[in-house]
Design a protein around this ligand. Structure first.
Ligand SMILES: Cc1cc2nc3c(=O)[nH]c(=O)nc-3n(C[C@H](O)[C@H](O)[C@H](O)COP(=O)(O)OP(=O)(O)OC[C@H]3O[C@@H](n4cnc5c(N)ncnc54)[C@H](O)[C@@H]3O)c2cc1C
Length: 334
């Protein structure tokens, strides 16, 4: 490609979603990543596409809701174009309810979800019953939602890169920047504008629960991928020496996961992984005009929900960059 209409710096899920959506709209796109596709926090294992609780609605929750609803078609198209199995499934999610107060709250959320989720997904309180794939719950009840989905992060990012290439774009390690420039450089990029990195560690177990709902128990995501593995995450570390090392904090996560869900006891650990999430000062994504690079753009700050936000991030950024149409929520501006 001699020149590009759009150059995206960073081949994580944000940069590639922007590049992919621009390419779908016919733009000539170049993605440059010094370290390669999915070499940042997008190269992980967990992949929960899980909604915020349906209450105290705000623009971030509304944006995430729209993104989660878009996700099925978005990832289906990425898989079809790239030929990569991105591991998307609208799995739903189960959460144990510890006591009467948690049950009351969950029941109230069933009502608010009916309104806020526009009939596109349900939140309900159900009996935990005696199914194998069910988190033990002291009340015998669990919260079940049908909005949560899951994806294989590393595969999904690879699939996006291949889809960009299938659409005539480039994903390269170095090259000239042409056209509109979008910075989606994750942790290094968010630090440049006053944000921080928050390290996370996760593990992958050999355990076949394909097609089952994801679980959220003791603040841990337990994600049954379609390939016969289960991902467990994550730690949340503001202070760290080695961003990519796994240590005793991950052993603790694995122990807690087994306590919360004993069926996982003894499952072989296939991989231990660590990465650094980009967290903005506001904790919300940072989208739109770049605050320090005149005339350029930024898409960063996915923090803990970058994969859930990515389809909508791609949509609003492509509209802004290609058409000058600004649909970015006020609170997401740099
Ligand atoms: C342990 C863990 C578990 C997580 N679990 C989930 C989850 O279950 N669900 C979810 O939605 N999210 C989850 N996340 C968060 C999610 O991974 C991030 O929000 C997302 O990956 C951020 O994507 P990004 O594209 O902004 O950044 P990154 O993926 O970090 O990509 C940035 C890229 O920019 C490149 N780069 C940096 N500097 C430059 C430069 N100067 N020029 C060119 N390229 C550059 C890097 O090499 C990198 O590839 C998790 C994160 C971690 C660490």
């Amino acid at each position: 490609m001699a020149t590009a209409d759009v150059t995206v710096m960073g081949a994580g899920v944000f940069g590639l979603s922007v590049a992919y959506t621009c390419a779908r709209k016919g733009a000539a796109v170049r993605v440059i990543d010094l370290h390669g596709v999915a070499s940042g926090s997008s190269g992980g294992l967990v992949g929960a596409l899980a909604p915020h609780v349906p209450e105290n609605w705000n623009e971030k929750k509304a944006f995430q809701f729209e993104s989660l609803i878009m996700a099925e078609a978005f990832w289906h198209d990425v898989a079809a174009l790239s030929g990569v199995d991105v591991g998307y499934a609208r799995s739903g999610r189960l959460q144990p309810l510890a006591d009467a107060r948690a049950v009351e709250l969950a029941k109230a959320r069933a009502g608010t979800a009916a309104e806020l989720w526009q009939g596109k997904a349900r939140w309900e309180v159900i009996s935990s019953g005696d199914a194998n794939w069910m988190p033990p719950s002291p009340t015998g009840l669990v919260a079940h939602d049908t909005l949560s989905a899951l994806i294989h992060p590393r595969q999904a990012t690879r699939g996006l890169a291949d889809a960009v290439i299938a659409l005539g774009g480039e994903v390269v390690g170095a090259g000239d920047m042409h056209g509109k420039i979008v910075w989606a450089t994750g942790w290094p990029g968010i630090q440049e504008i006053g944000g921080k990195g928050v390290k996370g560690q996760a593990a992958l177990l050999r355990f076949d629960a394909a097609g089952q709902p994801q679980l959220f128990a003791d603040a841990l995501h337990i994600i049954p991928h379609g390939d016969g593995t289960v991902a467990i995450g994550s730690t949340s570390e503001r202070e760290f020496d080695d961003p990519f090392a796994t240590d005793a904090a991950l052993d603790d996560v694995l122990e807690r996961a087994t306590l919360a869900f004993p069926i996982l006891h003894g499952a072989e650990v296939l991989e231990r992984w660590a990465g650094v999430r980009p967290r903005s000062k506001s904790r919300a994504p940072v989208l739109g005009a770049h605050p320090t690079r005149d005339g350029e753009y930024i898409a960063n700050g996915g923090f803990k929900i970058g994969f859930g936000m990515a389809p909508k991030v791609g949509e609003v950024m492509a509209a802004l960059v290609l058409e000058g149409e600004d649909r970015i929520p006020q609170g997401f501006r740099a």
